[in-house]
Design a protein around this ligand. Structure first.
Ligand SMILES: [Zn+2]
Ligand SMILES: [Zn+2]
Ligand SMILES: [Zn+2]
Length: 758
């Protein structure tokens, strides 16, 4: 008999947020049973729909429990309920998904293997050492999704037919693998293949043995990861690391390292509670840590931090069990600056040239994701590369973003699209100057359009006419908006913190095209999301050779010296000048005099380049921002003194340079000079902020731009400003480098559209 009690009511519940592919429906099912509710739950593009019939009190408790007990990787954005007519269901059911509207729900990022699955790999008969073990709480997601809703047939798992046991788990609502789309086991799932000396091996035990021998003997292994290929070698073997550098044609940019466990990591790096938490989080990013004891020297090449991560795939755990090494280098599987390789065929063609063996598996990666990178400052994690584990989780904005497409910047590109009130950021794309990366960019835009049912109605890009992302925008027949680079940096941080008012925006950065046609990069704005007023900036210095200076920081050192001292700097005993051809220097000075290919720059990045070269730390740079990184790397925390500078209409560093030259003459150690210089920059930011606060009566200050990846400066500036009563905001979830530009562009466009300025 059906219960037709009068006290029974029915509600339709619509939950939006990250609720698919994270064990949400079985969670709802079990909860509904607990509260004796009837009805059903189903996925649709824009979230999860529940019909719940029962006593009002039970439904209320049910909704409270959803909020409180939701699966750990889920993220509920909203729960809307509405009373509806009762249908008198007999039971509570999970209903098959339907492709319904053009609204979409969040797509789960990839999740590192959970503790229960690690246990299953030792206990469940059909999963003993199975390297693709996963459940509703863990495993690949974004990397294998081709379309929505998130069902097995729309993932790259579709070609694997489940065995009876897996099917039973998959269909048993009380099982942890209920509707876990990538569910698989030794009998039915994807499998590994090792290619060594032109032979293939398929037995997994054999593969583990051989792979660990390859690494232990100092050889190099290319292996397929979660979002793309990696290249690995023993991190304690200097010869192996050196060889890898040579083969990868990567001269000095630090390599990431995977440690077998936190305890092995603690031997080699300093780590605090927050850093440990981030390393252990289900996103498992690379975290930059201060080096305690060196692994192989060539990993960081004299830079005092190490990019560390913990295992996140079943295979990583199994490998370390066998290896008994404390750490392996695990760097992106690509050639020089190309995107990380994701398919087996390309890996066979390209990676076998730089490795002794290739380890692949037969499931395709659909969406490419690199390892994410962050660091902890003032107890907060700051992402500087947002990819695996984070993308494509959206940022929620207080604006209608629908149809806005933000193309991003040129370096470390990332684009963003607007859906409803969300900004959906792409994974890290890379440097668009590279042809392969540009292909990856265009391909990913296509994939995102399909996945998120997106049609651009307004396209927003950087003012810089040479950016390939801006040129991409120009090609499209859609209404366009151009945004200033540093305004976008500040706006990215405002968007992240939900700020929509006038602030002091401090953008210290490398390069951004300015309104006056000069290169900007050290601005004090008073701005909101719509417009900005440039109140203060560094004085303009010529950039001899244009973009060449980023590869040859010595050029900036000469330019600063020449601007402040004329030719008299030749009389000084300067170490760095000894390595540079005198003719080249003379040529440079002539170019400056004649203003030949010498664009003017007010960039903080260029100032750091100049000082790094002047101290003879980095005169030629092998990778992006090497000069400032090396300058930061030699900081001596104990030094609290600084240099003088002048703030008038502009900020001049003439006295700074004169004092640095004196210190050099007095043979003061360069670590002290470098620290004094950093302290000077901190004082400059504080002085600028104070002056603007007095004049404009604004207390909120927003810091963004590549310079705030400098941990010393970020930490000290935040603390100094806070101690003086400022409300301080900086980037956390979104990179303060150009990887965050797209978010800033998107929110500026949304604001201007709301104000009807576009
Ligand atoms: Zn699991
Ligand atoms: Zn199976
Ligand atoms: Zn920038």
């Amino acid at each position: 008999m059906r219960n037709r009690s009068k006290n029974i009511i029915s509600k339709i519940i619509h939950i939006k947020g990250l609720v698919q592919g994270v064990g949400f429906r079985p969670f709802i099912f079990v909860l509904a049973k607990k509260f004796k509710l009837k009805g059903w739950v189903k996925n649709q593009n824009d979230g999860v729909i529940i019909i719940a019939e029962g006593y009002l009190k039970s439904i209320d408790s049910f909704i409270q429990s959803i909020k409180k007990e939701a699966p750990f990787a889920s993220n509920i954005f909203s729960i809307e309920t509405e009373n509806i007519e009762i249908s008198y269901f007999d039971e509570f059911k999970i209903v098959k998904s339907k492709n319904q509207s053009n609204e979409v729900t969040e797509i789960s990022p990839d999740i590192s293997i959970c503790d229960n699955c690690l246990k299953d790999m030792k206990e469940q008969k059909h999963r003993i050492n199975y390297p693709f073990t996963n459940c509703t709480n863990c495993g690949p997601r974004f990397s294998i999704i081709e379309d929505l809703p998130y069902d097995r047939e729309k993932t790259t798992m579709s070609v694997f037919e489940m065995c009876e046991i897996c099917k039973n788990e998959y269909t048993d609502i009380y099982d942890r693998r209920f509707h876990a789309q990538p569910v698989a086991c030794n009998d039915c799932g994807p499998s590994y293949e090792l290619i060594l000396d032109e032979k293939s091996y398929f037995d997994f035990e054999d593969i583990l043995e051989k792979t660990s021998n390859i690494l232990k003997s100092g050889k190099i292994l290319a292996l397929k990861g979660l979002g793309g290929f990696h290249i690995a070698c023993d991190a304690t073997n200097e010869n192996a690391v050196k060889k890898l550098r040579k083969l990868k044609i990567r001269e000095s940019k630090p390599f990431a390292v995977m440690f077998s466990s936190i305890s092995s990591l603690k031997e080699f790096a300093f780590i605090n509670n927050e850093e440990e938490k981030v390393l252990h989080s289900w996103q498992r990013p690379i975290v930059l840590l201060k080096t305690k004891k060196e692994l192989a020297f060539s990993i960081s090449n004299g830079i005092s931090t190490i990019g560390a991560m913990l295992p996140y795939m079943p295979f990583h755990y199994l490998l370390f069990e066998k290896l008994k090494l404390s750490a392996i280098v695990l760097t992106s599987g690509n050639l020089s600056d190309e995107p990380i390789i994701i398919d087996n065929q390309t890996a066979k063609e390209k990676l076998t040239k730089i490795s002794d063996a290739l380890l692949i598996y037969n499931r395709d990666i659909y969406n490419r994701t690199d390892d994410s990178v962050g660091f902890v400052v003032n107890k907060e994690n700051r992402l500087i590369r947002r990819s695996r584990g984070y993308a494509p989780s959206p940022v929620y904005l207080n604006f209608d973003t629908e149809g806005i497409f933000a193309t991003g910047a040129e370096l470390v590109n990332c684009f963003a699209l607007g859906k409803g009130n969300q900004a959906i950021m792409s994974q890290h794309i890379g440097d668009l100057k590279n042809l392969e990366t540009l292909d990856f960019y265009e391909q990913t835009i296509k994939q995102f359009k399909k996945l998120f049912r997106f049609k651009p109605k307004l396209i927003v890009s950087d003012m810089h006419p040479d950016y390939l992302s801006s040129q991409y925008a120009d090609k499209l027949d859609v209404k366009q908006l151009k945004v200033q680079h540093h305004h976008a940096h500040i706006a990215s941080c405002m968007a992240e913190h939900g700020i929509d008012e006038k602030v002091i925006g401090v953008s210290f950065d490398g390069t951004g095209y300015g309104d006056d046609g000069n290169i900007w990069g050290a601005e004090f704005f008073v701005n909101d999301l719509n417009e900005y007023d440039r109140k203060l900036h560094f004085e303009y210095i010529p950039m001899p050779g244009g973009d060449k200076v980023t590869k040859e920081p010595w050029r900036m050192a000469i330019s600063y010296l020449y601007s402040y001292l004329g030719k008299s700097f030749f009389d000084k005993e300067l170490e760095f000048l000894k390595n540079i051809d005198k003719n080249k220097v003379e040529f440079l000075l002539k170019a400056i005099d004649k203003k030949l290919n010498c664009p003017l720059s007010s960039s903080a990045g260029r100032l750091f380049d100049a000082v790094s070269a002047l101290l003879n730390i980095c005169t030629y740079s092998n990778f992006h921002a090497e000069a400032p990184m090396r300058l930061e790397s030699i900081i001596d925390d104990k030094v609290t003194t600084d240099y003088s500078f002048d703030i008038n209409k502009e900020i001049s560093f003439k006295s700074t340079f004169l004092e640095i030259l004196n210190d050099l003459e007095d043979k003061i150690p360069i670590s002290i000079i470098a620290t004094k210089f950093h302290n000077t920059i901190i004082k400059v930011i504080f002085a600028g902020a104070k002056e603007i606060r007095i004049r404009e009566n604004i207390n909120k200050i927003v810091l963004s731009g590549g310079t705030f990846q400098n941990r010393f400066i970020l930490e000290k500036v935040e603390n100094l400003l806070k101690a003086n009563g400022f409300d301080v905001f900086s980037n956390n979830k979104i990179p303060s480098n150009d990887g965050g530009i797209a978010l800033g562009q998107l929110v500026i466009a949304a604001k201007r559209r709301e104000l009807k300025c576009v």
